[in-house]
Structures are given as C-alpha cells and as structure tokens.
Design a protein around this ligand. Structure first.
Ligand code: GAL
Length: 337
C-alpha cells in the first residue's frame, strides 16, 4: 500500500513538473518605430503588424510589442532606437524617418546585436552629392541580421500610367495630341515618391505619348497638402489639366475634394490616380470619383516583416530583401472587392 502511494506521489510530481514545463512562457520584446503615426497608409500597416503578431502567439510564445511614433523627426527616432537597446528588445522593426541617415539607425541595432527589419522606406546607396543611386544599400547587404521588406515603387508608378492609358481617350481628353498633367509628390527623399513620379510618366512616353507637365509639387503624402496643391493648379491651369497624378491616395483624396470644389468631373473632364488602395480611395473608384489606384499591400508587407522578425528571433538565416507585389486597381477590380 505504502509502495503504491509512493509511486502515485512520484507520478503526480512528474506530471506536475511536465505541466509546469509546458506552461513556461517565452515572451519576446519587439520594438517597432514608425516614421509618423498620422500617415494613413502606415496606420493600416502598423495595426496589421499588431494584429498579425497576436495570431502567432501560442501558450509558449508571446510577443510584447513596443510601438513608437517617430513624429517624422530623425532625432526622436534615434532616441527611440537607443531606448529599444536599453529596454533589451529582442528584435526591432523600423520604418525610418530619413533613409539617407539609415546607417546611424542600423549601427545602433547592429552595435547592440539586435536583429533589424527595415520596412516601407528603402535606404538606397547614395553618391557623393547625396543623390540616390539605383543600387542596393551596403548597410543591408553586409549585415546578415538586417533586412528590408517592401515593394518596388517603379511597379506602382508604371501601373498608374497604365491606368491612364486604359481610359477612353488615353488621357488626352481635349484631343490636342498631348497628355497634360499635374504631379503631386510624396516626401521627395523617399524613393517611393521619386520612382512613382518618374515611372507613371515613363509608362505614357514608353507608349509613344507626348506629355506636358503643368505642375509638379511636393505634398509630403499629406491629404490637406494634396488638396491645396491641386486647388492651386486647377486655378492656374483650369481645363488644361487632364490628369492628376498623386504619389499616394491620401493626397489623391485631397485632390478629389479640390476637383469637386472646382466643379470638375472625374472620368469626364479630368482623370485622377493614386497609390495605396486606402478603403476610401477604393470607394471613390467604385463611385467613379477616382480613375484608379494601386494596391500597396500592407497586409502582405506587414506579414512578411513579422514573419522574418520571428525567423530572426529563432536564429534562422534570412534574406536581405523581401519584395511584395503591387496590384493595379481599376473600377472592375474595385467593384469585385
Ligand atoms: C508609401 C505610401 C505612402 C506613405 C509612405 C510613407 O509607400 O504609399 O502613402 O505611407 O509610404 O513612407
């Protein structure tokens, strides 16, 4: 009887130990610095990072997320990176304020031995005058624990041009043999803004079209600024403006307000395209208030960023670059959503 009791007790202890072991939770600390919380697209992206991390949690693995708003301020973001080091982050996801200063931020993470996933704003190589070169960045290529997750902005620009070429009069509403456009640009330091500005027009000229740039201004991705710039251009150039290219949908939504206030009608006397496929832009396309946009896949990008962060936490080998495709969004595509 005594023996049976002893065996039973031993069994209970072993079982208890097993339960205890399986209940042990590993919590990883993840630092996430976003260049600016007021950015519409990065808000969708940021929320999806949080939502997706949650789906990956198990009884054994948890992720404690430390989000920080860099408020478009490089000094603020440098502080946040230093704080992430002090707080002992296991991995950092970084949406840099200034890609030209990416080396400073990369050095902080690499110096502290913390793996780093850069997102959305790709740092490129620079020449001695500070101009971006069409070359990959050494700070990423040379670091096995650093990578970039993004989309190739050339593709989004090309799709914008193609959306205009797909219209009834291929962008030449007044039939004068040329496509007269205005360009509303994002942050000019950002390669997304540079490539979208260049490749949207290149798609037109590659198709043999003559183009005329009536105005090209910096709207810094901002809706209010987009509205202001478009309103000014419409006042100065009136019905000569046939196409409004916006580097993103935030600014395109602002431009739409300006277009409507000026009594202009999208699809009849003017065309309007953006990038991102914000829900409000997709709605506008369905209503015919926008010609089209390009899906900047924040779901695909945020999931890729989180997946590689998890790989880094597990000590797995990673690639230096991960690319997510853009998708052209015309009326048919928007209606199918
Ligand atoms: C772009 C996006 C913009 C803005 C920018 C921030 O990819 O289209 O709307 O969010 O990133 O870097």
């Amino acid at each position: 009887m005594k023996k049976t009791l002893a065996i039973l007790m031993a069994l209970v202890m072993v079982l208890g130990a097993c339960t205890f072991a399986s209940a042990e939770v590993k919590t990883y600390k993840v630092g996430i610095s976003i260049y600016q919380y007021t950015d519409n697209f990065m808000t969708l992206y940021r929320n999806e990072i949080a939502a997706y991390f949650k789906t990956l949690e198990t009884d054994e693995v948890k992720y404690e997320l430390f989000f920080a708003d860099a408020k478009n301020d490089m000094a603020e973001q440098t502080n946040q990176m230093n704080n992430f080091v002090t707080q002992g982050m296991d991995v950092i996801i970084l949406n840099p304020v200034q890609t030209s200063s990416a080396d400073v931020l990369i050095d902080i993470a690499v110096g502290a031995g913390i793996p780093l996933v850069l997102i959305n704003r790709e740092p490129l190589a620079y020449d001695e005058n500070g101009n971006t070169l069409d070359e990959r960045y050494e700070g990423i290529l040379n670091n096995p624990q650093v990578c970039y997750v993004g989309a190739d902005a050339r593709q989004s620009g090309t799709y914008q041009g193609e959306l205009i070429l797909a219209t009834a009069n291929q962008g030449d509403i007044n039939g004068d043999g040329k496509i007269s456009y205005i360009m509303i640009q994002g942050d000019p330091e950002n390669i997304d803004a540079q490539y979208r500005t260049e490749f949207s027009v290149k798609a037109l000229t590659d198709a043999g079209k003559t183009v005329e740039c009536l105005d090209s201004q910096v709207g810094n991705w901002d809706q209010t600024k987009g509205q202001e710039l478009c309103a000014n251009a419409l006042t100065v150039h009136g019905y000569n403006v046939e196409v409004v290219f916006c580097n993103n949908d935030g600014m395109a939504m602002g431009a739409l307000t300006a277009i409507q206030t000026a009594g202009r009608i999208v699809g009849e006397d003017i065309y309007l395209v953006g990038v991102d496929a914000l829900p409000e832009a997709v709605e506008a396309i369905k209503l015919g208030d926008m010609t089209g946009t390009v899906l900047n896949d924040h779901i695909g990008q945020s999931h890729a960023a989180v997946d590689v962060a998890v790989q880094l936490l597990k000590g797995e080998e990673i690639q230096n670059y991960y690319w997510v495709n853009y998708v052209k969004v015309d009326k048919a595509y928007a209606e199918a959503q």
